[in-house]
Design a protein around this ligand. Structure first.
Ligand SMILES: Cc1cc2nc3c(=O)[nH]c(=O)nc-3n(C[C@H](O)[C@H](O)[C@H](O)COP(=O)(O)O)c2cc1C
Length: 166
């Protein structure tokens, strides 16, 4: 079985979640490719595709959205989506972004999950720092490896049962 994982982020947290999923898949004997979204044009030779994006100001990153559009126009395997970004301070549900909803629809994705991420103020650009300072969000490392591993195992269970559409 072959699984492709594509993650889009700015500061590495989303990529680490993808790498952790890859570790779980590989532990089960799956061949895994991790590739940058902008380098992916064909996905039809994989058994599953996982696309993850960090959330910045309620949006997925453009490279993730562009991949979604490309994949939606061609043959593709079952798709799982995830968002990384736990830090929203408004009263809206965290990361119910229009981009994730759109991707779920156009790719007929099996599931979309939101995972807590990481924010280190020292690593932000000036513009990011301004947004962060005005957001009321809390800095820290909120990545939950158990959640991520369990989700990867759910994906595997779905695929090995041959019921990725469920
Ligand atoms: C400028 C800025 C805006 C952000 N906006 C959101 C947001 O709208 N919703 C959210 O849940 N997290 C938001 N976050 C948190 C990031 O999604 C989180 O830090 C994530 O783990 C970053 O992933 P990355 O390291 O892969 O870029 C924001 C962070 C920054 C610095």
């Amino acid at each position: 079985m072959r699984i492709l994982i594509c993650t889009a982020g700015r500061h590495g947290a989303t990529h680490t979640l993808g790498k952790e999923m890859a570790r779980v898949f590989e532990h089960d004997g799956v061949d895994v490719d991790i590739r940058a979204p902008e380098s992916v044009f064909r996905v039809d030779d994989y058994d599953a595709l996982v696309i993850g994006s960090a959330v910045y100001s309620d949006r997925w990153l453009p490279v993730a959205n562009a991949l979604v559009e490309r994949v939606s126009r061609s043959a593709h395997p079952p798709v799982w989506l995830f968002s990384c970004g736990p830090l929203h301070s408004s009263d809206r549900p965290v990361n119910v972004t229009s981009d994730a909803a759109h991707a779920t629809t156009v790719l007929h994705a099996t599931a979309h999950r939101t995972f807590p991420g990481k924010l280190d103020p020292e690593r932000l650009s000036v513009g990011e720092r301004q947004i962060f300072d005005n957001s009321g969000a809390v800095a820290g490392d909120f990545r939950d490896w158990v959640l991520v591993c369990n989700w990867a195992r759910e994906i595997l269970a779905c695929l090995t049962a041959g019921r990725p559409g469920l």
